[in-house]
Design a protein around this ligand. Structure first.
Ligand code: FHN
Length: 420
């Protein structure tokens, strides 16, 4: 659900300008980790004794905290339980292929050592560069690293966009903010941390076409293959980020991503235990990949740097199911079987991977009619046989009674050609 007042912050144009960069890795990746972490994690949904439910990374705005007071959080930010290797390992265990960290969210605080603004991790008791640690850890574990950067909204700067409770928007010189903070910081991020797989810009708001062009040119100059999301604004991204927690009802063309929260907030909150279960996460992953997208799933570490244990446990459990059916997930394409909810499919070569989310009563699934001819069918886990028959108006898949996979079972149907 969008925070009140969010609409004005969105650019009018959220289309992506599908890329000619090297995007194969991104197409194959399917599952990734989003990390929302910053000074707001310390507040964990509470300010001056008041509890704020919902998105905690917005607590500065929601509680109208002035910059002078909010900046004090940096004086105590000391996430001694943060372990970049452990977080990268969690992503690997969950079956995730890239990680996207909030290098700077709307509150304006940078998790990296920035020469462009002293409002950064170096000036906390912790001191160490979080972006550097995580970029290194991801590299070590063989997954890609990307970052989130709020390019227009910066509530710490009077020339940034969005802090309406302290500054007068009419007096803001957004171009000055772009030149003095956003562009220099993005330059630091694309030059100091090795290969950047992708960048998640966010809430472009009133950004001008020329400003987007400048930002994009900067990224492309130093990281020509880095994929930029559509929220850079004005239709200039390489891939499309759908709305928050949005799963489309039909396949979407080109490269795209659904970003999803684990509970009802991106950043950690003490008051939100509404965790999606491994089954829910897997089903949402199936829904996304069967329509051709990637699923960027969020964790919100606490102020001390630790990942909430329940969230981590759930992700590890989800990873077990993914590992079992990896052939049906990574490197596949969309295969749309209509808008029903019981099953969904992906495809690779001549194979269709049929995910059974709800076991059908009579052990039978009617699929739309394919022109390709069925050759063979079996359960992916134990290779036990399934009967798939071409009928005049449908292909019927029939299987013996067996214990369904409690998350989702997968049947492979092999055709004589690419299923169509
Ligand atoms: O305002 C942000 C929000 O805090 C969060 O970062 C999400 C993630 O997609 N993006 C914005 C709202 O869409």
């Amino acid at each position: 659900e969008k925070e009140k007042g969010m609409d004005e912050l969105w650019g009018e144009d959220e289309k992506a300008n599908y890329t000619d960069k090297d995007y194969q890795w991104y197409k194959e990746a399917k599952f990734a980790m989003f990390i929302h972490w910053g000074l707001y994690s310390e507040l964990a949904g509470e300010h001056n004794g008041k509890h704020y439910y919902g998105i905690n990374e917005w607590i500065m705005r929601r509680a109208a905290i002035k910059t002078g007071e909010y900046r004090k959080l940096a004086e105590t930010f000391n996430p001694v339980k943060w372990d970049a290797d452990e977080v990268a390992q969690l992503a690997v265990d969950a079956g995730m292929k890239y990680v996207v960290l909030t290098a700077k969210h709307h509150d304006g605080f940078a998790l990296f050592d920035s020469k462009a603004s002293d409002y950064n991790i170096s000036n906390t008791p912790y001191k160490k560069d979080i972006v550097k640690q995580l970029a290194k850890a991801c590299k070590k574990k063989g997954i890609r690293f990307g970052f989130y950067y709020s390019q227009m909204q910066d509530w710490n700067e009077k020339d940034g966009f969005g802090n309406t409770w302290e500054f007068d928007a009419k007096e803001a010189n957004v171009q000055k903010y772009m030149e003095e903070k956003a562009l220099p910081q993005v330059k630091e991020l694309v030059t100091n941390y090795g290969d950047i797989g992708c960048i998640f810009f966010d809430t472009p708001g009133p950004i001008k076409h020329e400003q987007v062009l400048e930002l994009k040119a900067l990224v492309d100059k130093y990281q020509p293959n880095c994929l930029i999301n559509s929220r850079i604004g004005r239709g200039l991204g390489d891939f499309k980020t759908l709305g928050d927690n949005e799963i489309p009802s039909e396949p979407v063309d080109g490269l795209w991503e659904t970003c999803d929260t684990h509970n009802n907030t991106w950043a950690y909150s003490n008051f939100d235990f509404n965790w999606k279960t491994p089954k829910e996460i897997s089903h949402r992953l199936i829904d996304v990949i069967s329509k051709g997208g990637n699923y960027l799933f969020n964790i919100g570490p606490k102020g001390d740097g630790s990942v909430p244990e329940v969230s981590a446990m759930i992700l590890r459990e989800t990873g077990k199911w993914i590992a079992k059916y990896k052939e049906a997930i990574y490197g596949t394409e969309a295969l749309y079987l209509g808008g029903q909810t019981q099953f969904a499919a992906t495809q690779k070569g001549n194979k269709m991977y049929l995910f059974i989310k709800e076991w059908p009563k009579d052990n039978k699934i009617y699929l739309p009619k394919f022109q390709s001819k069925v050759k063979n069918a079996y359960f992916l886990d134990d290779k036990s046989a399934v009967t798939a028959t071409d009928l005049t108006s449908s292909t019927v898949v029939t299987f013996p009674l067996r214990m369904p996979d409690p998350v989702a079972s997968v049947i492979v149907v092999e055709f004589d050609s690419k299923p169509k």
